[in-house]
Write a protein that binds this ligand. Structure first.
Ligand code: FE2
Length: 145
């Protein structure tokens, strides 16, 4: 499971490595999310299920301030994700690293039943990688061949 989580993260970072996240704009359509939202949401999801028990009762705060209000796909309406007060790409990168490190530490002590959520987090991250590959640029130019 550790390999799956590390592999998913390596793939995510590779997919995003060539993008200028501070300037990249994508259209507000149902099948995509803003790239910064995607990255922070991946970390939020992993933290929420692997480290916070999937509980929204406030007993354990997220590692990134206001992460629950911005990156919870169950409560943040899709179209509002284009106008959130995002942390910097560097802060989101730290959040991703911090949550992965803590998740891997938790995995080392997880019961066999609890590994379900670690697998879920790895597959969820891969799914969001696929979503990035489906994301069109904000405006398309016609291409003549
Ligand atoms: Fe998601």
């Amino acid at each position: 499971m550790e390999d799956a989580l590390r592999d998913a993260r390596a793939r995510t970072l590779a997919l995003y490595s060539h993008l200028d996240l501070a300037r990249l704009e994508v259209p507000c359509i149902a099948i995509v999310n803003p790239p910064l939202w995607e990255l922070a949401h991946i970390a939020w999801f992993q933290e929420f299920w692997c480290l916070r028990g999937g509980r929204r009762d406030g007993t354990r705060a997220p590692m990134l301030d206001h992460a629950d209000r911005m990156f919870d796909s169950g409560t943040v309406p899709h179209d509002t994700r284009w106008s959130l007060p995002y942390p910097s790409p560097q802060a989101i990168g730290r959040y991703m690293g911090d949550t992965l490190d803590a998740t891997l530490d938790a995995l080392a002590h997880a019961t066999p039943e609890a590994t379900y959520f670690f697998r879920l987090a790895a597959l969820h991250e891969d799914m969001h990688g696929e979503a990035l590959l489906m994301t069109p640029p904000r405006s398309r130019r016609s291409v003549s061949m």
